[in-house]
Design a protein around this ligand. Structure first.
Ligand code: SAM
Length: 424
């Protein structure tokens, strides 16, 4: 059984998606304002039908269901501005985050790509970003309900950004489907694959199903991705952050804030230059580091005056060794740790969160240091500790805080008391 990707047909959703854009826009815009404040969906449907007796019960339910999704998406930053964008529960879980989709689209546009075949369009959030970047799009989605949602979203995206988008409800793995779309588009064309990776079983508590680890059970399966890599000049693929790509792919691990959200793959010539990149996207800037997978982690040089916590995107990918190679003043504190140290808090980088070392010693000694300095709250950075965080917290008798922290560094006997430095 391959990954589960079919959307449950919400009564009225297809009807809503097929409304002329202007009517749908009005219905959803009204909803995002007034009705969002109402908690109970059934009551909201009744209110909506009182105001709009022309709506069928199923259409009103679909409108109200969108209310829940829009609120959830807003809280998570999961859908882009400029909506409302229609979604399904599954579609929302699987959609690319707006900043990541836009980054991918910008990468392709910067490489000279003019059009994209989106082979697994979902609710169309990547296709929307391709359009916004000025690329022409042909989107394929095989699930009929998700297709309707995607079609409505791409219609809206074309209104907002201009350009051209075609969409078909079809299985993109069928022979000749992608090739025909590529042939009809202005070249160079990128073929984008974002396989459905949700596991087949949804937990009984209703939480989202786990991602499928076996890439042959993704839809389309990994062997299909490798097959089309040999067929088309330019391929882009979205894979999970833990993916281990072979050397034939250019890979970019992308983080939003402090979470690594995906490993984006490109087959030439979509991206030029480094074979491996770590990127952090945030509201204020975009940071990228090309790293050499063979960069060697430097020898540890013990604890100095400043400590840096390394962003997971650098810690997990080998970019940490590159950061140290580029800044010889940095080195890990011990050979086993991910904490790096230096005599001054440099370089300033989104990949490094700097702390000033205030003292170190046994847990009791560090607790006394806190008392002497009047520190009443400390964060515990104890991922590398063999002792449980609860145990350390109890022994310290201090509440959780933000400005100060106690750090446990693998293979270092002492606990380290630090103060967080302002991020520049
Ligand atoms: C991960 S989602 C795509 C999300 C999309 N990139 C977005 O940002 O909205 C994968 C989608 O691919 C569709 N899909 C899976 N296999 C497919 C196939 N062989 N042909 C077309 N669509 C497929 C699924 O129905 C699902 O909606």
């Amino acid at each position: 059984m391959d990954a589960v990707d079919a959307a449950v047909d919400i009564p009225g959703l297809v009807e809503l998606a097929r409304l002329p854009g202007i009517s749908r826009g009005e219905l959803l815009a009204d909803l995002t304002q007034a009705d969002l404040t109402q908690a109970e969906p059934l009551q909201a449907v009744t209110t909506l039908r009182r105001e709009r007796p022309d709506l069928s019960p199923t259409l009103a339910s679909a409108v109200i269901a969108q209310r829940g999704y829009q609120a959830k998406a807003k809280a998570l930053g999961a859908l882009p501005e400029g909506g409302p964008w229609l979604t399904t529960e599954v579609g929302l879980e699987q959609a690319s985050r707006p900043e990541v989709a836009e980054h991918r689209a910008a990468t392709l546009a910067a490489a000279g790509v003019r059009a994209v075949v989106d082979t697994c369009a979902g609710i169309g959030m990547d296709s929307r970003a391709f359009l916004a970047a000025g690329l022409e799009v042909v989107a394929f989605e095989r699930d009929p309900v998700t297709f309707e949602v995607c079609r409505a979203n791409l219609e809206h995206a074309v209104e907002v950004f201009g350009g051209r988008a075609g969409i078909e409800c079809t299985d993109s793995t069928e022979a000749g489907v992608i090739a025909a779309a590529v042939a009809a588009l202005p070249s160079p064309v990128a073929v984008f694959v974002d396989p459905a990776r949700r596991g087949a079983h949804r937990p009984v508590d209703g939480t989202r199903s786990r991602s499928e680890r076996d890439k042959e059970l993704w839809s389309p399966p990994w062997s299909f991705v490798e097959h089309i890599r040999d067929q088309f000049a330019c391929i882009a693929v979205k894979t999970p952050p833990g993916f281990n790509p072979d050397a034939q792919w250019k890979a970019e691990w992308v983080a939003v804030g402090s979470s690594v959200v995906e490993c984006a793959l490109y087959s030439p010539p979509a991206s030029k230059g480094a074979e491996r990149t770590a990127t952090i996207l945030s509201d204020s800037n975009e940071w990228s580091l090309d790293f050499d997978i063979d960069a060697v982690r430097p020898t540890a040089f013990g604890l100095r005056g400043f400590l840096a916590e390394v962003h997971p995107v650098a810690r997990r990918t080998g970019a940490l060794a590159q950061i140290c190679a580029d800044a010889p003043n940095l080195a890990p504190v011990t050979d086993a740790t991910m904490w790096i140290t230096a005599d001054s808090p440099e370089p300033a980088s989104p990949a490094l969160r700097w702390f000033e070392v205030l003292g170190f010693g046994s847990l009791d000694q560090v607790a006394s240091m806190c008392q002497e300095r009047g520190i009443e709250r400390v964060a515990l950075k104890t991922v590398e500790s063999k002792r449980s965080q609860g145990d350390i917290r109890t022994r310290l008798g201090l509440a959780d805080g933000d400005e100060y922290a106690i750090v446990v560094i693998a293979e270092l006997r002492d606990y380290v008391l630090v103060r967080r430095m302002q991020q520049t």
